[in-house]
Design a protein around this ligand. Structure first.
Ligand code: NAD
Ligand code: GLY
Length: 356
């Protein structure tokens, strides 16, 4: 398969996204992106046994000390980030160290956060191994950890030097995790690119069957959109917020059922259905979105929670401005906007769908 290289244009902090098959195991030499003699690999107990040796083959001549984190969203905490910092200190890592994240979005977010904090910021490389991380979390420099009070509440913007996407890693991903990644893929179509939404409707079956070319195309298209949006609005002062379509409800679901119970992508899937309902787009378009999410094997109804729990969990959403909750809503499929002007009665109805 051909290797595609995209660029995230951020002036002197620009970086490539390299997408292809057979890149790990020595198919791509990462060492030119590492300025020191050593790098520090952060992975987890599931991914390291599968891919750490293959990653090391992409770092010829470099020392590659590593840490393997416990696996799971429940470990996306300040304490886990601290364990990385402790290890960096223990290795006497200097300012020229490069932290390499090998894993899904959880590893990428925590490792990136540790890289942003250590010595006020050291270089960072993303090697994402889940579909979700390849289409979204590895690109754009959002790093961080959860707080018991809210999802991703503690973090920093810290861009990587390169994002290396070996699509072969998806062969070992579970079906449930693949589907969770498809939620973020659908998000791009639903919020920004209606042509891509049409393509997803035509190709969902092939994506679920892991057709390598279709998956590679979906990854490439999502990365193209994300690279463009991040280049325009790195710190989410405007258009980048559209990429949070479905996330206000989704984060509240993750927080209220307990981190790790629902996968991030599953919560975002339901969040998109809820946001579409709050948007008041036509019943036909709501149905179209719901059918696509369903066809991807994702949930379309929220978990039943204590009355008011989702509402409480939304009160620390990062999009709150001057005390007012803002939502990413749809004018139509493929055209999202951010607003604090939504119908409170419809919101109550949408949230009531989650009440026991
Ligand atoms: P994850 O990192 O928990 O990975 C999912 C599971 O798959 C884990 O058990 C992991 O060990 C396993 N795994 C990873 N790669 C594998 C492989 N190739 N083969 C087999 N198993 C593999 O979850 P995720 O869905 O990748 O990421 C979700 C996280 O990403 C959430 O915390 C979310 O908040 C964050 N996120 C961040 C951004 C951002 O812009 N920074 C964007 C979207 C999501
Ligand atoms: N996941 C949305 C963003 O990176 O902005």
């Amino acid at each position: 398969m051909k290797t595609h290289t995209l660029n995230v244009d951020l002036g002197e902090r620009s970086y490539p996204i390299v997408i292809g098959s057979g890149l790990l195991g020595g198919g791509y030499d990462l060492s030119s992106h590492i300025s020191s003699q050593s790098c520090f690999v952060v992975s987890n107990d599931t991914v390291a046994p599968l891919y750490l040796d293959k990653l090391t083959e992409c770092l010829p001549g470099l020392d590659t000390p590593s840490i393997s984190l416990p696996d799971g969203e429940a470990f996306k905490t300040v304490a886990t980030a601290q364990s990385i910092l402790d290890e960096l200190v223990c290795c006497r890592a200097g300012r020229d160290i490069t932290v390499v994240a090998l894993g899904g979005g959880v590893v990428g977010d925590i490792a990136g956060f540790a890289a942003a904090c250590y010595m006020r910021g050291v270089s960072f490389v993303q090697v994402p191994t889940t579909l979700l991380a390849q289409v979204d979390s590895s690109v754009g420099g959002k790093t961080g950890v959860n707080h018991p009070g809210g999802k991703n509440l503690v973090g920093a913007f810290h861009q990587p030097e390169i994002v290396l996407i070996d699509t072969d890693t998806l062969t070992t991903l579970s079906d449930r995790e693949l589907r969770a990644g498809l939620a973020e893929v659908i998000k791009y179509g639903a919020s920004i690119d209606s042509g891509f939404l049409d393509w997803l409707e035509e190709n969902m079956e092939a994506l679920l069957a892991r057709d390598a070319d279709k998956l590679a195309y979906a990854i490439q298209r999502c990365c193209e959109i994300k690279a463009r949006v991040v280049a325009e609005d790195e710190k989410e002062a405007g258009v980048r917020a559209l990429l949070n379509f479905g996330h206000t409800f989704g984060h509240a679901i993750e927080n209220s059922v307990g981190y790790g119970e629902w996968l991030h992508g599953e919560a975002v899937a339901v969040g998109m259905v809820m946001a579409a309902e709050l948007s008041g787009i036509s019943a036909t378009d709501q149905c179209r979105l719901k059918s696509l999410i369903s066809a991807a094997g994702l949930p379309v109804s929220p978990p039943l929670t204590r009355a008011g729990q989702l509402q409480d969990a939304m009160q620390l959403d990062k999009k709150i401005l001057a005390g007012k909750l803002r939502f990413v809503l749809l004018r139509e499929l493929g055209e999202a906007y951010v607003t604090d002007d939504y119908d409170a009665t419809t919101l109550a109805t949408v949230l009531a769908g989650a009440e026991t």
